[in-house]
Design a protein around this ligand. Structure first.
Ligand code: 13P
Ligand code: SF4
Length: 384
């Protein structure tokens, strides 16, 4: 667990200055001995005391007991924008995963501090591509073509700041699940090919919707020489997809769509674009978490839906709209275990320590990485 001592200028007014000690004044473990109501009460009190000094951002996959404390909720793109706009809050408490808090840090003001309540809240897909492997692939591609003139690197926002920085340094850009097709259009206006990482499915689904034939989208396995592809395949490809995927969204299968359609005539199926191309082609609609939420909300009473995305979001929509019939598009439970790491105890611990003038788990991207990463992020924000 990371502990950051607030610089003197950031110690909350009227608090005892505890910046000399390295131990957070409020320990985490005892919070697990309290009942839920007590944790909730303490969180509310701390939240109130912090007032405008703090903003809590919540991703749609967060569990209910945490989500209800979010001042602002959204998908990755919306939360990135919000992080860049809430300059008045000293502390951005990000209830989401690590790459989201990194984006908040990079897009917020220099005096703001982004915080991730549990450092173990990562993203397994983001971990599937690291800077060394991407640089190696870039060099391999350079043996076949003038890569800097031919290929735009595009990183899904679900990636480390280092990969965003790679894109910033190589004429590339960041995308999210809600803008990937637009970002691909921008990328093709720069150079004829795209290297898309880490999620093969978002890249393939977005390319498919732009009319790029499947044979012009190849998957590069970084474990294999030339990605396991022939020179001809690489030279013919318009999109080179990294061999990454989301372990949650890969659980949704075409047979699940067929099953729901057989059982519920007239059902509508909506999925996240991290699902496979086969699933997305069978669905009626697809989109980011924010879009899924708004499409289902805007549907008429009595609509029947099967939703292919993380369980917490689907359950929330189900509870919110009893006038609609909402199903989870998978017979087994698939949840994002890393999003789930942010629990009410970690949120309470984070806020109570802030009240005491301590920042636990600050996310700070070093300037040498943040500066080029910001170039790629700002390119994305200006395309939208
Ligand atoms: P959204 O940008 O759609 O919220 O997706 C983020 C994510 O991690 C989905 O798995
Ligand atoms: Fe990452 Fe998948 Fe979790 Fe989204 S649902 S944060 S892509 S592991």
């Amino acid at each position: 667990m990371g502990v950051f001592v607030v610089p003197d200028s950031l110690v909350i007014d009227n608090q005892e200055d505890r910046t000399m000690s390295q131990t957070p004044p409020v320990p985490l473990e005892p919070l697990y001995e309290l009942d839920d109501a007590e944790v909730e009460h303490r969180t509310r009190v701390a939240r109130q005391r912090l007032g405008d000094q703090c903003v809590i951002l919540g991703h749609h996959y967060q569990r209910e007991e945490v989500y209800k404390f979010a001042d602002l909720t959204g998908d990755s793109l919306k939360l990135s924008r919000l992080a860049s706009q809430r300059k008045e809050a000293r502390y951005i408490v990000f209830c989401g995963v690590h790459f989201m808090a990194e984006v908040a840090d990079m897009l917020s003001g220099p005096e703001q501090i982004a915080i991730l309540p549990d450092m173990a809240a990562g993203c397994s897909m983001a971990d599937m591509a690291d800077l060394a492997s991407v640089e190696r692939v870039w060099q391999e591609m350079a043996t076949l073509m003038p890569v800097e003139e031919m290929v735009t690197p595009v990183t899904y926002v679900n990636s480390s700041a280092e990969l965003k920085s790679f894109c910033g340094n190589h004429g590339g850009i960041v995308c999210t699940s809600s803008n990937a097709s637009k970002i691909l259009e921008w990328s093709f206006a720069q150079r004829p090919k795209v290297l898309f990482f880490p999620d093969q499915h978002l890249g393939r689904n977005s390319g498919f919707r732009m009319g790029i034939p499947e044979e012009e989208m190849v998957t590069w396995n970084p474990e294999l020489p030339l990605g396991g592809l022939t020179k001809e395949q690489i030279l013919k490809a318009r999109i080179i997809l990294w061999h990454g995927y989301c372990s949650v969204h890969q659980m949704f299968q075409p047979e699940h769509v067929h099953l729901f359609r057989e059982r519920y005539p007239g059902i509508k199926v909506i999925v996240h674009p991290e699902c496979s191309l086969e699933v997305c082609r069978l669905a009626d609609d697809l989109g980011s978490t924010e879009r899924i939420q708004s499409v289902v909300r805007d549907s008429p009473p009595g609509s029947i839906w099967a939703i292919g995305t993380e369980l917490n979001l689907v359950n929330r929509l189900k509870n919110e709209m009893p006038d609609k019939e909402i199903h989870f598009l998978c017979p087994i439970i698939c949840m994002c275990s890393t999003m789930f790491r942010i629990d009410s105890q970690h949120l309470c611990w984070t806020l109570e320590n802030l009240v005491e003038g301590y920042v636990v788990n600050p996310i700070h991207v070093p300037a040498s990485i943040a500066q080029p990463a910001r170039v790629a992020l700002e390119r994305m924000l200006s395309v939208m």
